[in-house]
Design a protein around this ligand. Sequence first.
Ligand code: ATP
Length: 684
Amino acid sequence: MELAAERTHLTASRAALRRMRDRAQALFSTGDRVAGDSYTAEQLGRHMARRVKELADDPDTPLFFGRLDIESRPDAENRLDTGSRLGIENRPDIGKETFHIGRRHVTDDAGEPMVLDWRAPLSRSFYRASVRDPQGIATRRRFGFVKGELTSFEDEHLDRGEELGTSSRILTAEIERPRVGPMRDIVATIQPEQDELVRADLADSICVQGAPGTGKTAVGLHRAAYLLYLHRERLRKSKVLIVGPNTAFLSYISAVLPTLGEVEVQQSTLDDLVTRAPVKAVDTPTATAIKHDVRIAEALRRTLWNRITRPTEPIMVSDGSYRWRIDIEPLRRIIDEARREELPYSVGRERVRARVVGLLQLQSEYRTGNSPGDSWLRKMSKIGPVTGFLEATWPAVTAESLVAALLTDPSAAGDLFTEQEQEAIRWVKPPKTAKSAKFSAADLVLLDEAAGLLERETSFGHVVIDEAQDLSPMQARAIARRSEHGSITLLGDLAQGTDPWAANDWRDILRHLGKPDAAVVPLTVGFRVPEAVVALANRLLPALGVNVPEAVSLRRDGDLAVRAVSEADLDGAVMAEVTAALAHEGSVAVIAADTAVERLRAHLDAAGIGHATPDDVDSEARVMVVPAMIVKGLEYDHVIVHEPADIVAAEPKGLNRLYVVLTRAVSRLSVLHAKPLPEALTLS
Ligand SMILES: Nc1ncnc2c1ncn2[C@@H]1O[C@H](COP(=O)(O)OP(=O)(O)OP(=O)(O)O)[C@@H](O)[C@H]1O
């Protein structure tokens, strides 16, 4: 009976959403006729197009997933309280109420709420209310769904002391659901400690240290959606940015925010964020390490500001029948003053130009008695003696020319680097011009730093950085420039740091990010990896040299198999494992050292097993071979690890990489090896 009533409410809510969308669509089509001018029409058109997109209904996801029954509150004060939390202060029937909680607000034709957005203030109680702190909630109901169809519900009568916590059957089913395709949102089952992070204030920068599968990525994406809901206008202007480690990861997470109705968030890899030239050169590991070291920021700064020299000649300008002259002393004062103002270099240069022209203007006004017009000012700012003076004292610099200058002669930065370090980064064959220079991937970060010294970077309102343990000091500075006037959510796990510069302490990264006081909050409850698999991966932790809390898995299900085979049989055994895995539901990933990837893909082709690449989230194929190097942040139902020893040997932080690889499994992990397992893994 009750389930039938809930189904009816779902059908009615879907119909109401459709009507909301139809109305938005109609407004969108008539927008240019009702708007007064073309600018307003365009603005309105864009707004309505976004609104139509935001109101899209996905028949495969439930429109609501929970319900709150709020205790009847006859007293007027409490009515107002509930009403104002909803934003509907004057509802007369506010006494006894139920609210359905879903992915977005749905209202009926009279404007009454049928579904409440999960981000609304009242919805907070859905995630946080407990027997100890019921927050006025009598009953919390969770719904079970199959493909958008309501199939069951589960009640917690908080007013009767009933609370399920993590033993909720619906939560367990959601966590243990076989994974296929891209990441999904977790709005229906956000846990209280996750919700605290999701709903942190916009002004708060936070750093989440979480073991694998504790929901860091999920928390970051839901926080972005929450902040956009709460500060819609502000963040629409200043924008929200999500930074992830690689394109495979971005494709994996790309559907989450649109499902939550948020279609305007920029998602970028760190490399793409700083790209302003193609990568045409490869550095040695030593040079790469130096270029990611924070000292190089100071080296660039010194090289740049050393360009400025004190004036040695006066400026003399012929202007028709007049001659203007500015002596060395006032010119020196202009330069010294502009330096003291500590503006970005190019901004300072323009300020010097403006002040010089200002002095010429004063002389002209004094002599002619008239104020010269704009065209005269423009002419003077470009006139030979003025530009010549600027080139001599505060020369024009581009990011490319600055980086080229440092790499051509690293000694120009003084004693920041040892002789060997200078040699390691010095260009063997300096290019003829900065334009023809061949830059490496690390140089792009230097170019970005250089550009930041020249001009101010625009700051986002909020930046979410995932897999942040791998940020180098120089990469962190690139993000700091983009979040100077905003806040950040930093997500990561020190144990999963695989780059040579990966930090051992979050404080170091936070300092480079310009947010030294951000709170570091741990998450330890794992929702992905089964207990047995976590236990295996945790064996590696003592060998990783970082101090992080171990993950505790919520999952008691799952299979783990570690099997030794002969070298000759290894690939064949992996193929047999893939075939066996296909008997189950969900995705299957063979994770291997990069060198084995092509060979394994060829085996799959030969066996006629369709497979996809990690970037291709829309593929129907359930199998893929994933290089260990790019598997960070991803998850697969069944993971088959091919030769752990090769994965470890492939890079200096190979054990950390193996830790990442082992913690990608959602239901089953098979480890197949011919070489001995890494020692740390065999210790129990
Ligand atoms: N509250 C939750 N309810 C249901 N599923 C959850 C919850 N929190 C996390 N998950 C699921 O657990 C899995 C791991 O989450 P996520 O990828 O966000 O973890 P992570 O901490 O970023 O992991 P990693 O360190 O490996 O990158 C995902 O499938 C996610 O949907």
